[in-house]
Design a protein around this ligand. Structure first.
Ligand SMILES: [Zn+2]
Length: 103
């Protein structure tokens, strides 16, 4: 009798352990998928960043540099040497403004 109960208890434990491991495996798969998604997202941002930097560099080396720099600044990007090509958003940047005045 007692042995039967112990065997049943052991089986129950084994079952809940298997269930916990299965849940854990699903979680790992989910986390791996999220990491892949974030890597792709980061890669996309890096590519966009490179594209924007190239655009800014071209604008600076091309004619009407001053006008184009002003345009980039107005579109929300830094044109100051320290933050060149980075997103400025809606915040003004004194370095950019002074850079635009000088050039
Ligand atoms: Zn700036």
């Amino acid at each position: 009798m007692n042995e039967d109960r112990e065997t049943r208890l052991a089986e129950d434990h084994a079952e809940s352990l298997v269930a916990a491991l299965t849940a854990l495996e699903l979680k790992v798969v989910e986390v791996q998928r999220e990491i892949r998604r974030l890597r792709n997202y980061a890669r996309g941002l890096e590519e966009e960043n490179q594209r924007l930097r190239a655009m800014v560099a071209e604008a600076v080396s091309g004619g009407q540099g001053q006008e184009r720099l002003r345009l980039f600044y107005d579109q929300g990007y830094h044109v100051c040497p320290g933050q060149f090509g980075r997103v400025r958003g809606s915040q003004g940047c004194l370095f950019c403004l002074s850079f635009l005045e000088k050039s």
